[in-house]
Ligand binder design. Structure first.
Ligand code: FES
Length: 112
């Protein structure tokens, strides 16, 4: 589906994405972790920028996720490392329509 000129994939059902946990989906060549922040769903590649740990399997506390491999923490609103701005998760745009959660086929920095 095209939205604002970009390609999105129907990746999950809205009611399957809930606060307090992540939902891991496949979007083309990427594995993506979806997080429900209450007023928004955010999506990040399921790969920590440190050494690729599965961030979607990390520990969630409020709007922070802690990588299960070496405990780097990320703010889920921005995707930034909480202890500095030298690393961030790769973010995907999200578009919700009814019960469908659409995720951009490419992460933001790679989008045309
Ligand atoms: S791979 Fe995530 S903190 Fe090392």
């Amino acid at each position: 589906m095209l939205f604002n000129g970009r390609e999105f994939v129907n990746a999950a059902r809205r009611h399957d994405v809930a606060p307090g946990r992540s939902t891991i989906v496949r979007v083309g060549r990427y594995e993506v972790a979806l997080f429900d922040l209450g007023d928004a769903i955010v999506a990040y590649e399921n790969a920590c920028p440190h050494q690729g740990g599965p961030i979607g399997e990390g520990f969630l506390e409020g709007e922070t996720v802690t990588c299960p491999w070496h405990a780097w923490c990320f703010d889920l609103r921005s995707g930034r490392l909480t202890l500095g701005d030298f690393a961030r998760l790769r973010r995907f745009d999200v578009y919700v329509e009814g019960d469908a959660v659409f995720v951009a086929r490419e992460p933001e920095e790679d989008a045309a």
